[in-house]
Design a protein around this ligand. Structure first.
Ligand SMILES: [Zn+2]
Length: 233
């Protein structure tokens, strides 16, 4: 576009200068405000769920190691590691608690009330993804390694599970397991992509020791945090 060829008087020249200055100021503010808006649109929200808690210990070893404690320790580490990324992280619990009234009877009912409360928490904060953290156990004691599960009908859940599992298998000594489809209550009933990360087996004698040590928990947490960050990239 060419500049308009107009012969200007002093007064109109002044008006033109002021007008251009005004436009410059406006454009700076405009760009500033769009930058803020696009930043808000880019909000990424994660609900981390340290499995079990309170009345429900999860898996227990004969030495009295509780799954619920390890789940919480890892969740807190993942939250801390994601802090610099700007991804907002919420935890379904920050301490050893559950969400069931003492008067509620029935094992399944109690479990579902507890899980429904956590699912609602994720919906409330408009979480983009739900990541439930657990430690596995088997009677044989032969299995070991981390596994990530997604709901078999969820494509985005599968994508998230694969990204996390890809990072977990990079941990030295981790056996190769791929992300697996499942139909568990918490990944079936969440409205956003959801996964369950079983970070290892408490029933494995060697893994049980590592799972309690912070250097190993940090390796697991870093892998989970990386997988989550990759999902939003
Ligand atoms: Zn569990």
């Amino acid at each position: 576009m060419r500049w308009p060829e107009i012969i200007l008087g002093k007064k109109s020249a002044m008006i033109l200068v002021l007008g251009v200055m005004g436009m410059l100021v406006f454009s700076v503010f405009w760009q500033g405000s769009t930058a803020v808006i696009s930043h808000l649109e880019d909000r990424h929200i994660v609900m981390l769920d340290p499995g079990h808690g309170g009345y429900d210990p999860g898996a227990i070893t004969s030495q009295g190691v509780y799954e619920k404690a390890i789940n919480l320790q890892i969740a807190q580490k993942v939250k801390e590691m994601l802090r610099p990324s700007g991804i907002e992280v919420f935890l379904t619990r920050e301490e050893d608690i559950d969400y069931v009234g003492n008067n509620v009877k029935g094992k399944t009912t109690r479990k579902q009330i507890d899980l429904n409360y956590r699912i609602d928490m994720a919906k409330e904060v408009k979480a983009d993804i739900f990541v439930s953290l657990h430690v596995n156990a088997t009677a044989s004691g032969q299995n070991s390694g981390a596994e990530t599960f997604y709901h078999y009908k969820s494509e985005s859940g599968k994508g998230l599970a694969e990204l996390i599992q890809q990072e977990l298998i990079k941990i030295p000594g981790m056996n190769r397991r791929i992300a697996k489809p499942g139909d568990f209550y918490v990944i079936r009933n969440t409205s956003m992509p959801a996964v369950i990360v079983e970070v290892g087996y408490l029933s494995s004698a060697t893994e049980q020791k590592k799972l309690q040590q912070s250097w190993y928990q940090e390796q697991l947490s870093r892998a989970i945090a990386k997988g989550i960050a990759n999902y939003f990239m």
